[in-house]
Design a protein around this ligand. Structure first.
Ligand SMILES: Nc1ncnc2c1ncn2[C@@H]1O[C@H](COP(=O)(O)OP(=O)(O)O)[C@@H](O)[C@H]1O
Ligand SMILES: [Mg+2]
Length: 224
Protein backbone atom coordinates (compact mmCIF):
# COMPACT_ATOMS: atom_id res chain seq x y z
CA UNK A 1 0.00 0.00 0.00
CA UNK A 2 1.16 3.54 -0.64
CA UNK A 3 2.13 5.67 2.32
CA UNK A 4 -0.83 8.04 1.99
CA UNK A 5 -3.37 5.23 2.05
CA UNK A 6 -1.60 3.38 4.83
CA UNK A 7 -1.97 6.48 6.97
CA UNK A 8 -5.71 5.90 7.11
CA UNK A 9 -5.18 2.28 8.18
CA UNK A 10 -3.43 3.08 11.43
CA UNK A 11 -4.71 -0.10 13.10
CA UNK A 12 -2.80 -2.08 10.47
CA UNK A 13 0.27 0.12 10.23
CA UNK A 14 0.68 0.61 13.95
CA UNK A 15 -1.51 -1.82 15.91
CA UNK A 16 -0.24 -0.78 19.32
CA UNK A 17 -0.56 3.01 18.91
CA UNK A 18 -2.97 4.94 21.17
CA UNK A 19 -5.32 5.44 18.21
CA UNK A 20 -5.38 1.70 17.54
CA UNK A 21 -6.15 1.17 21.22
CA UNK A 22 -9.10 3.54 20.80
CA UNK A 23 -10.40 1.40 17.96
CA UNK A 24 -10.13 -1.68 20.15
CA UNK A 25 -12.11 0.18 22.80
CA UNK A 26 -14.79 0.92 20.21
CA UNK A 27 -14.79 -2.77 19.29
CA UNK A 28 -15.20 -3.78 22.92
CA UNK A 29 -17.98 -1.26 23.46
CA UNK A 30 -19.85 -2.58 20.42
CA UNK A 31 -19.45 -6.14 21.70
CA UNK A 32 -20.77 -5.14 25.12
CA UNK A 33 -23.76 -3.35 23.67
CA UNK A 34 -24.88 -6.59 22.00
CA UNK A 35 -26.84 -8.07 24.86
CA UNK A 36 -28.60 -11.10 23.45
CA UNK A 37 -26.44 -12.02 20.51
CA UNK A 38 -23.43 -10.46 18.77
CA UNK A 39 -24.08 -7.97 16.00
CA UNK A 40 -23.49 -9.55 12.64
CA UNK A 41 -24.04 -6.48 10.52
CA UNK A 42 -22.96 -2.95 11.38
CA UNK A 43 -23.40 0.21 9.35
CA UNK A 44 -21.22 3.29 9.70
CA UNK A 45 -22.71 6.63 8.76
CA UNK A 46 -22.55 10.32 9.67
CA UNK A 47 -24.65 13.44 9.33
CA UNK A 48 -22.43 14.91 6.60
CA UNK A 49 -19.46 14.16 4.32
CA UNK A 50 -15.88 14.19 5.53
CA UNK A 51 -16.58 13.19 9.10
CA UNK A 52 -14.44 10.06 8.89
CA UNK A 53 -17.00 7.33 8.18
CA UNK A 54 -14.77 5.46 5.75
CA UNK A 55 -11.69 5.78 7.94
CA UNK A 56 -13.57 4.49 10.95
CA UNK A 57 -15.32 1.69 9.04
CA UNK A 58 -11.99 0.47 7.63
CA UNK A 59 -10.12 0.56 10.94
CA UNK A 60 -12.99 -1.06 12.78
CA UNK A 61 -12.99 -3.85 10.19
CA UNK A 62 -9.25 -4.30 10.77
CA UNK A 63 -9.44 -4.53 14.58
CA UNK A 64 -12.23 -7.12 14.28
CA UNK A 65 -10.17 -9.09 11.72
CA UNK A 66 -7.20 -8.95 14.13
CA UNK A 67 -9.37 -10.83 16.61
CA UNK A 68 -9.49 -13.71 14.14
CA UNK A 69 -13.07 -13.13 13.01
CA UNK A 70 -13.96 -13.41 9.35
CA UNK A 71 -14.83 -9.87 8.30
CA UNK A 72 -16.27 -8.24 5.20
CA UNK A 73 -16.16 -4.48 4.64
CA UNK A 74 -18.77 -3.37 2.08
CA UNK A 75 -18.52 -0.03 0.29
CA UNK A 76 -22.15 1.00 0.46
CA UNK A 77 -21.26 4.53 -0.58
CA UNK A 78 -22.19 4.18 -4.23
CA UNK A 79 -21.82 7.94 -4.68
CA UNK A 80 -18.33 8.63 -3.33
CA UNK A 81 -16.77 5.20 -2.85
CA UNK A 82 -13.31 4.99 -1.25
CA UNK A 83 -12.82 1.38 -0.05
CA UNK A 84 -11.10 0.38 -3.32
CA UNK A 85 -8.58 3.22 -2.91
CA UNK A 86 -7.89 2.50 0.73
CA UNK A 87 -7.23 -1.20 0.10
CA UNK A 88 -5.90 -0.96 -3.49
CA UNK A 89 -8.65 -3.08 -4.94
CA UNK A 90 -10.58 -3.09 -8.17
CA UNK A 91 -13.52 -0.73 -7.90
CA UNK A 92 -15.27 -2.14 -10.97
CA UNK A 93 -15.81 -5.56 -9.50
CA UNK A 94 -18.14 -4.87 -6.60
CA UNK A 95 -21.54 -4.25 -5.09
CA UNK A 96 -23.33 -2.57 -8.02
CA UNK A 97 -22.10 -5.31 -10.37
CA UNK A 98 -23.44 -8.02 -8.06
CA UNK A 99 -26.79 -6.24 -7.69
CA UNK A 100 -27.15 -6.05 -11.47
CA UNK A 101 -26.17 -9.72 -11.95
CA UNK A 102 -22.97 -8.92 -13.80
CA UNK A 103 -20.76 -10.91 -11.48
CA UNK A 104 -21.14 -13.57 -8.83
CA UNK A 105 -21.03 -12.51 -5.20
CA UNK A 106 -18.09 -14.76 -4.33
CA UNK A 107 -16.07 -13.34 -7.23
CA UNK A 108 -16.77 -9.80 -6.05
CA UNK A 109 -15.57 -10.24 -2.45
CA UNK A 110 -11.85 -9.52 -2.64
CA UNK A 111 -9.33 -10.67 -0.05
CA UNK A 112 -7.03 -8.00 1.37
CA UNK A 113 -3.46 -8.27 2.62
CA UNK A 114 -4.91 -8.26 6.11
CA UNK A 115 -5.71 -11.76 7.41
CA UNK A 116 -9.45 -12.47 7.75
CA UNK A 117 -10.48 -9.23 6.01
CA UNK A 118 -12.21 -9.13 2.64
CA UNK A 119 -13.78 -6.15 0.93
CA UNK A 120 -16.69 -5.70 -1.43
CA UNK A 121 -15.98 -2.49 -3.34
CA UNK A 122 -18.73 -0.24 -4.71
CA UNK A 123 -18.59 -1.45 -8.29
CA UNK A 124 -19.23 1.05 -11.09
CA UNK A 125 -21.14 4.07 -9.81
CA UNK A 126 -24.77 3.49 -10.78
CA UNK A 127 -27.34 6.18 -11.69
CA UNK A 128 -29.78 4.87 -9.08
CA UNK A 129 -27.92 3.92 -5.89
CA UNK A 130 -30.96 4.26 -3.69
CA UNK A 131 -33.11 1.82 -5.65
CA UNK A 132 -30.24 -0.63 -5.83
CA UNK A 133 -29.62 -0.56 -2.11
CA UNK A 134 -33.31 -0.99 -1.29
CA UNK A 135 -33.74 -3.91 -3.70
CA UNK A 136 -34.71 -7.43 -2.70
CA UNK A 137 -31.47 -8.53 -4.28
CA UNK A 138 -29.55 -6.45 -1.69
CA UNK A 139 -31.46 -8.11 1.16
CA UNK A 140 -30.81 -11.57 -0.29
CA UNK A 141 -27.14 -10.72 -0.79
CA UNK A 142 -26.72 -9.68 2.84
CA UNK A 143 -28.40 -12.91 3.98
CA UNK A 144 -25.98 -14.92 1.89
CA UNK A 145 -22.98 -12.96 3.21
CA UNK A 146 -24.12 -13.49 6.80
CA UNK A 147 -23.70 -17.22 6.29
CA UNK A 148 -20.14 -16.66 5.09
CA UNK A 149 -18.79 -13.94 7.41
CA UNK A 150 -18.77 -13.44 11.18
CA UNK A 151 -19.23 -9.69 10.81
CA UNK A 152 -20.14 -7.38 7.95
CA UNK A 153 -19.37 -3.65 8.21
CA UNK A 154 -21.03 -1.32 5.71
CA UNK A 155 -19.63 2.11 4.84
CA UNK A 156 -22.34 4.50 3.60
CA UNK A 157 -23.00 8.06 2.38
CA UNK A 158 -24.01 10.80 4.85
CA UNK A 159 -27.45 10.29 6.25
CA UNK A 160 -28.81 13.84 6.15
CA UNK A 161 -27.88 14.27 2.49
CA UNK A 162 -29.19 11.09 0.84
CA UNK A 163 -31.30 8.27 2.24
CA UNK A 164 -29.04 5.40 1.09
CA UNK A 165 -27.79 4.65 4.61
CA UNK A 166 -31.36 4.59 5.89
CA UNK A 167 -32.51 2.02 3.36
CA UNK A 168 -29.54 -0.22 4.15
CA UNK A 169 -30.07 0.30 7.90
CA UNK A 170 -33.36 -1.54 7.68
CA UNK A 171 -31.44 -4.74 6.99
CA UNK A 172 -28.72 -4.11 9.56
CA UNK A 173 -28.30 -4.97 13.27
CA UNK A 174 -26.81 -1.67 14.47
CA UNK A 175 -25.66 1.77 13.36
CA UNK A 176 -22.49 3.63 14.34
CA UNK A 177 -22.80 7.39 13.93
CA UNK A 178 -19.59 9.28 13.26
CA UNK A 179 -19.37 12.98 14.01
CA UNK A 180 -16.42 15.28 13.50
CA UNK A 181 -15.24 17.20 16.51
CA UNK A 182 -15.77 20.95 16.08
CA UNK A 183 -17.29 20.50 12.62
CA UNK A 184 -20.57 18.63 12.80
CA UNK A 185 -23.37 20.91 13.92
CA UNK A 186 -25.56 19.79 16.83
CA UNK A 187 -28.65 20.37 14.72
CA UNK A 188 -27.30 18.03 12.05
CA UNK A 189 -26.58 15.33 14.64
CA UNK A 190 -30.13 15.62 15.95
CA UNK A 191 -31.52 15.36 12.44
CA UNK A 192 -29.38 12.29 11.71
CA UNK A 193 -30.44 10.57 14.94
CA UNK A 194 -34.12 11.23 14.20
CA UNK A 195 -33.75 9.81 10.70
CA UNK A 196 -31.93 6.69 11.90
CA UNK A 197 -34.49 6.18 14.68
CA UNK A 198 -37.20 5.97 12.03
CA UNK A 199 -35.57 2.81 10.67
CA UNK A 200 -35.91 1.19 14.12
CA UNK A 201 -32.33 -0.04 13.85
CA UNK A 202 -30.53 0.87 17.07
CA UNK A 203 -27.68 3.36 17.13
CA UNK A 204 -25.14 1.22 18.96
CA UNK A 205 -22.59 3.97 19.35
CA UNK A 206 -21.34 7.38 18.34
CA UNK A 207 -17.74 8.06 17.42
CA UNK A 208 -16.51 11.60 17.98
CA UNK A 209 -13.74 11.85 15.43
CA UNK A 210 -10.90 14.36 15.29
CA UNK A 211 -10.45 15.23 18.93
CA UNK A 212 -6.84 16.37 19.29
CA UNK A 213 -4.44 13.90 20.85
CA UNK A 214 -3.93 16.20 23.79
CA UNK A 215 -7.62 16.23 24.60
CA UNK A 216 -8.16 12.56 24.01
CA UNK A 217 -6.51 10.04 21.79
CA UNK A 218 -7.80 11.22 18.42
CA UNK A 219 -11.02 9.30 18.56
CA UNK A 220 -13.50 9.23 21.33
CA UNK A 221 -16.29 6.76 21.66
CA UNK A 222 -19.49 7.80 23.34
CA UNK A 223 -21.13 4.66 24.58
CA UNK A 224 -24.88 4.72 24.37
N1 LIG B 1 -9.34 12.18 12.99
C1 LIG B 1 -8.85 12.56 11.82
N2 LIG B 1 -7.80 13.40 11.76
C2 LIG B 1 -7.28 13.81 10.58
N3 LIG B 1 -7.78 13.43 9.37
C3 LIG B 1 -8.82 12.59 9.38
C4 LIG B 1 -9.41 12.10 10.59
N4 LIG B 1 -10.45 11.28 10.26
C5 LIG B 1 -10.49 11.26 8.92
N5 LIG B 1 -9.53 12.04 8.38
C6 LIG B 1 -9.30 12.33 6.96
O1 LIG B 1 -10.40 13.12 6.49
C7 LIG B 1 -10.76 12.75 5.17
C8 LIG B 1 -12.24 12.30 5.16
O2 LIG B 1 -12.35 11.10 5.90
P1 LIG B 1 -13.26 9.90 5.40
O3 LIG B 1 -13.04 8.78 6.34
O4 LIG B 1 -13.05 9.63 3.96
O5 LIG B 1 -14.69 10.58 5.65
P2 LIG B 1 -16.14 10.23 5.08
O6 LIG B 1 -16.11 8.82 4.63
O7 LIG B 1 -17.05 10.48 6.23
O8 LIG B 1 -16.40 11.20 3.95
C9 LIG B 1 -9.81 11.65 4.75
O9 LIG B 1 -8.77 12.21 3.99
C10 LIG B 1 -9.27 11.09 6.06
O10 LIG B 1 -7.98 10.57 5.93
MG1 LIG C 1 -16.57 7.88 2.87
Amino acid sequence: MKKEERKQLITYRNPTSPVSEQFKTIRTSIDFSAVDSAFQTILVTSPEAGSGKSTIAANLAIVYAQQGKKILLIDGDLRKPTVHKTFFKNMYCGLSNVLTDQIELNQACQKTEIDNLSVLTSGAIPPNPNEMLSSNKMTAMLEELKREYDLIIVDTPPVTIVSDALVIAQEIDGVILTVRYGVTLKERIKQAVEQINMTRTPIIGTVLNGVSEKKSNYYYYAYK
